[in-house]
Design a protein around this ligand. Sequence first.
Ligand SMILES: [Zn+2]
Length: 176
Amino acid sequence: MDTTDTVVPLVPDFHCLACGSDEGTVRIDEVEFEYGRGDRTTTLVAHTPIYICHVCQAEIIDKQGERAKHAAICRHLGILTPMEIYELRNKLDMSREEFAELTGLGTASLARWEAGSHPQNAAYDRLLRLLNVPGVVEALQGMVDAEEDHAPKLPQLRSLEVSPSLIEQSKHFELA
Ligand SMILES: [Zn+2]
């Protein structure tokens, strides 16, 4: 049995805005919040990191708290969380640009979904989930390749004018 005291590690880069102390720890708390309007209001729970200053005992919630709330809302709505979208893209080993090229989604939308600043709608969420189905990524890649093949290439071929002499020539054309 471990008899040593459990030492909660200090948070690196901690800075208390109240007293200026650099020593603080973090704990994860279940924070309840209301989501929705009127009759549809639900209480959701977010596992939020709360930083505690060792000197003045101030409790601080940072951006991660907002992210935890956003993730709880995504789970409530049944859509992928920002982390799940990021992990999906990471699993495919694609940059945001490559992922955008494959799916036809915009890089700005992707950035918002991954950062948790704005959730994807149901249609986009289904598109994202489909990427986990075997063969879908390959099928999309096939579409992208086909589009590239059909894209107009410069310089374009000059169209041949069909002249009587050309028609005459074609009559005498034979395969060697
Ligand atoms: Zn403090």
